[in-house]
Design a binder for this molecule. Structure first.
Ligand code: DAH
Length: 348
């Protein structure tokens, strides 16, 4: 055999070098760079040799040409094979690192907080009875929180022992009742509002008290509103919320802004452990009453012409009953194991 053209050896070195580079290429971009540097039309090192065949001795052309074409085929196949590999390993990032058998990361579904669920439910019942939603600021003045509501500042509720004062006569509202005053100042009767919101008191933090809590205020004012409208509206609400067999009781009470005042209790139909029907104890669900004429006067309404009723309730207490939660603090702790029971998604 005559001596080999040195180009054949060069081609074999290039083949070895290119193959190992191709096998190590991490992604499609790196493979394209390799393709260009070996097989690219202009600067590819194999292409260069093929282009130079014309300058060789006639008897050297066939062996060098054949070897160049063989190496070109081998590299093209290797590029294609590696391309498929990096694509199936999940794209351009670190081929072979991902474990495709791992379970997918769980998607969390949000849910409505149990107290807000109760607020929404209460709101939708009153909305269907023609009420509209109202709101007011959480930072209030003594006028809106107490004085306009017929509550003198020497009343125990206005005491610094019970109310969180900000400065001077500015305070965090201790109930949602100031929304009554703000609404009546702004609009003429007929008024039919529901005002859910936060209220704040200097209270202990225990199973039945929290210094920040949600309240829902209601107010109806018009000509000819009577005690019958008051009782019928609230009894209708209770029966829609707890079921048609629910009994409702109005217990005489006192609030400075209503006269007469009442506490409203309900007795629910329950299914006992042995499957028979029974009744719950009486439970208090709200404070309420006919709007005191002094309040109407304070907002510039004529108490000879207009009458009304008002009520206020704590949806967190209602949520405790509804969902069998023994401690109010659970609603504020945001423990995902508790809250996830109220989502439509899966528990963790
Ligand atoms: N504001 C009262 C409270 O926080 C609740 C209340 C009682 C609201 C009677 C009313 C009402 O509108 O008429 O304890």
């Amino acid at each position: 055999m005559s001596h080999q053209n040195p180009l054949v050896l060069t081609l074999q070195d290039l083949e070895t070098e290119a193959l190992s580079a191709i096998r190590a290429a991490p992604d499609a971009g790196a493979l394209e760079d390799l393709r260009v540097s070996y097989l690219g039309r202009k600067e590819g090192r194999i292409s260069e040799i093929l282009r130079g065949l014309g300058g060789l001795e006639a008897d050297q052309r066939p062996p060098v040409g054949a070897e160049a074409n063989r190496v070109k085929d081998v590299l093209q196949q290797a590029l294609k094979a590696r391309e498929t590999e990096v694509a199936s390993a999940g794209g351009d990032s670190g081929a072979g690192i991902e474990d495709l058998t791992l379970p997918a990361r769980q998607r969390w579904k949000g849910g409505v907080h149990p107290v807000n669920r109760v607020v929404d439910e209460i709101w939708s019942i009153f909305r269907s009875m023609g009420f509209v939603r109202a709101r007011g600021p959480e930072a209030e003045t003594e006028w809106y929180n107490f004085v306009a509501l017929n509550t003198p500042l020497d009343h125990p509720a206005a005491d610094e022992q019970d109310t969180l004062y900000l400065r001077d006569s500015a305070l965090l509202r201790s109930h949602t009742s100031p929304v009554q005053v703000r609404t009546m100042e702004k609009y003429e009767p007929p008024i039919r509002i529901i005002a859910p919101g936060m209220a704040y008191r200097r209270d202990s933090y225990d199973a039945t008290h929290t210094p920040a809590f949600t309240q829902i205020e209601g107010l109806v004012v018009d000509e000819g509103i009577t005690f019958i409208d008051f009782k019928a509206t609230l009894a209708e609400f209770a029966r829609r919320f707890w079921g048609s067999g629910t009994k409702v009781r109005f217990r005489p009470s006192f609030f400075p802004f209503t006269e007469p005042s009442a506490e409203v209790d309900v007795k629910r139909v329950i299914t006992k452990k042995d499957g028979t029907r029974g009744e719950s104890d009486w439970i208090e669900i709200m404070g309420a009453g006919m709007v005191d004429p002094n309040v109407l006067e304070n907002v510039g309404y004529d108490p000879e012409r207009y009458t009304g009723f008002a009520f206020g309730m704590g949806p967190a207490r209602i949520a405790m009953l509804k969902y069998g939660v023994p401690d109010l603090r659970i609603f504020l702790q945001h423990d995902i194991r508790f809250l996830s029971q109220f989502t439509t998604g899966r528990a963790p």
